[in-house]
Design a protein. Sequence first.
Length: 433
Amino acid sequence: MSEFKTNIQITINHFLFIKPLFIMRVFTKLASALMILILSSAIAMGQSDAIRLQKIQNAQQKLAFDVAEGVVPGTPTFTAAENYATSNAPESVLWDNGPLVTLPGGGSGGTDYSELQDATLGMGTYGTGFQISAGNSIADDFDVTGTWTVTSITFYGYQTGSGPPSTLNDVRFQVYDGDPSAGGSVIFGDLTTPVMISTEWTNIWRVLESGPSENRPIMEIVADASGLVLSAGTYWIEWQVGGTGTSGPWAPPISIPGVSTTGNAIQHTASGWAAFIDVGPQGMPFIIEGTAGALPDDDIRVSQIIAPTSGLNLTNAETVTVKIMNLGNDPQSNFDVSYSIDGGALVTETVSATINSLESYDFTFAATADLSAYGVYGFEACTMLAGDENPDNDCATKDVENLAPSLCLDGLYTTGCSVGDGLLSWDLVGVNV
């Protein structure tokens, strides 16, 4: 299933890469937009039968695409297969495959819209299915120049009606040395190992251009790519995501205002590989982070704060565990690592274990954290290796919330309750104490 509403603003700088023929494609899109206007009246005549056929197909392939009601995805009008790149990213970003936002600040409270351009381009797919539970996945390509040491990859997805707190809870990926639909071989990763580092709302809604409805919040989900080192060449990445919501998860495509062809992504379902098409071939947004060039001798970082995690009634002695990565050539041991809460005093301890090059190690502090008061706590954890050649990547952050139970009983339990909350006129029947 797919959902489409795409719109992207593109700016290029020296940190990111863009494939050839970009300028030619821009002019092609302008010419195609004119053709759409000329042919629009003819297309409308066949819309009714096409919609009926599409609904039948949707029922048969209900996990393949998230299609807008009453909108029929078109057929390919272009054959371009290039990727897009955006700028204004931190130096750790090695590749940005394309943006999602088409209307910055267009949503409630200043949130952003990623629009399915049904009105202007006749597109009909909000997003494509990449559900772990259904065995679906998507894949797209990227180019490497030089040598990349990849630390993490960020993907995007949503579950219709989930609300802004992220419901995504699993991500898996694998990298190929070529197109997986044309015999490419897996060189890293698999689709059986969960590798999620974190997930949160992007502040973006996937909406219909002709009638925005804020019920598809787009989440980012960050995957651990520790140990992935790539030399120059073209690679493909395949990924799939899990979630706790009842719909999807769905993957929104690259969205660029006025552009219906944004890449060459493919989707894998029980039927095999197929191009992801909505009027034109679609590309998928993802961000690869890490370092470029030869590995330094000494470079370690906290890549993830594993524990604690948000939950109900956290205690005054919560365990703090971090994942430490060695991104350098030399093995490292007997170095300090620290954490702080809300910018307070540092808790510093020594890691005695040896971490070899491109390997990671989970370290649990002896000191625990007092999170007994309800509220949100801001954690920061950092490595403190003497002579670290890349100190800018030493730290990781995480927000942890101690949630109050929502049960409200008058005179018995009122924490977290508002006026009107509670249980009134209730009885216990058949309960033995």
